[in-house]
Design a protein around this ligand. Structure first.
Ligand code: SF4
Length: 92
């Protein structure tokens, strides 16, 4: 059983209208971004073939790692999803 399988057990209630994590839009510091490519346990910080950042907040584990690492540099907003939205941890 690998981590991806374990993560697949969790259920997400994605708030489609309200991103709980928003990155800065202008002049994104790719050096900072690169840290999150490595550090995010859910692998949500990606870089596409053209070298552009691809971030999707759906699937976030709400661990706070990105906020701690880059909350002052490239992250514009970091909040917990509202109400019942966000991750529902399941342990199996
Ligand atoms: Fe990834 Fe954790 Fe940041 Fe969510 S809070 S995007 S899981 S590093």
């Amino acid at each position: 059983v690998n981590v991806d399988h374990k993560l697949g057990i969790n259920k997400f209630h994605v708030d489609e209208e309200n991103a709980h994590i928003v990155l800065k839009e202008d002049n994104l510091d790719m050096k900072e971004y690169q840290k999150l490519v490595i550090a995010c346990p859910a692998g949500l910080y990606k870089i596409d073939e053209k070298g552009n950042p691809q971030f999707d907040y759906a699937g976030c584990l709400e661990c706070g790692t990105c906020r701690v690492l880059c909350g002052k540099t490239i992250i514009e907003k970091w909040e917990l999803p509202q109400g019942t939205l966000g991750i529902e941890f399941r342990f199996g």
